[in-house]
Design a protein around this ligand. Structure first.
Ligand SMILES: C[S@@+](CC[C@H](N)C(=O)[O-])C[C@H]1O[C@@H](n2cnc3c(N)ncnc32)[C@H](O)[C@@H]1O
Length: 258
């Protein structure tokens, strides 16, 4: 308990204590909110985007004639649902998955995150918030549909996170080829037939202990079977678990056989 003279002495000592510039920066950093998802600008942009994404069911209904035409022409799902045909559809992760991505990236102090399939940038906002709060390097996202990539860049700017992302336009197999190592976290959410080729291409750049998080494991069970087997067999340097979040969310760690 401080009282009287003790308290006077305490005040005198500490009011005259001038921390060095470096210390005051550290103190300031500790004092500011360290969850960017709670920043009003970021939270408002996520609210706005999730609200727009609520229009997805109607957008899918509008695609029915296109899908029926493709079926009569004996096209595959991926030939019908091209990125161009799906240019207005968000198909985003939900808030629960976004929150999990943020927490995972924070827990491992991820500095470089790669995302396959950016769409309008909802998942990218969660990942970029973690990179910002980790004092990390960047999120490298990729989107093949030009109008979506443009919208994603604008949305990341509105969320106050443009400085933490590099959203590359084009096919992931080309745009992600030049990503620098090491990668701490790889998020897979593009077209499912490319999950395995993208993973194989980026595997040499994964840091030991890196996470590979993959959406829609249950929705596209057949297409993703070889991918899921690759991650869960234990023969390829990964340990994996699929969480029963909507449509199946696999979280895999790259152990590199250790
Ligand atoms: C499910 S959405 C991504 C949703 C996003 N992750 C989110 O949570 O907001 C998949 C996206 O991957 C894009 N895509 C599909 N194939 C691609 C490819 N080869 N290269 C880059 N992007 C691709 C599609 O255009 C689509 O916008």
């Amino acid at each position: 308990m401080l009282g009287g003279f003790d308290s006077y002495l305490f005040r005198q000592i500490f009011s005259s204590y001038a921390p060095c510039k470096r210390c005051s920066i550290e103190i300031e950093k500790e004092a500011r909110i360290m969850n960017t998802l709670k920043d009003p600008k970021t939270a408002a942009e996520l609210d706005r985007l999730f609200e727009s994404a609520r229009g997805d069911p109607l957008r899918f209904v509008r695609l029915i004639p296109h899908a029926l035409k493709g079926i009569t022409e004996r096209k595959t799902l991926w030939e019908i649902m091209t990125p161009g045909a799906m240019k207005d559809v968000f198909i985003p992760i939900d808030r629960e998955k976004g929150g999990l991505l943020y927490v995972l990236a924070r827990s491992m102090a991820a500095r470089r995150i790669v995302e396959f399939g950016t769409s309008f940038g909802i998942s990218t906002i969660y990942l970029a918030a973690a990179i910002k709060d980790n004092d990390g390097i960047e999120v490298i996202g990729t989107e093949i549909e030009p109008s979506k990539r443009e919208a994603a860049c604008a949305n990341l700017t509105a969320a106050g996170l443009a400085d933490f992302v590099d959203i590359r336009l084009g096919d992931a197999m080309q745009t992600l080829e030049t990503v620098d190592a090491p990668i701490d976290l790889l998020f897979m959410d593009g077209w499912k037939d490319l999950y395995l080729p993208v993973l194989e291409m980026l595997k040499p750049k994964l840091k030991p202990g890196a996470l590979v998080v993959s959406d829609n494991i249950h929705t596209f069970k057949k297409t993703l079977k070889p991918y899921e087997d690759y991650l869960s067999s234990g023969d390829n340097g990964f340990e994996s678990i699929t969480l029963p979040l909507t449509s199946g969310f696999a979280v895999s760690v790259y152990t590199n056989g250790r």
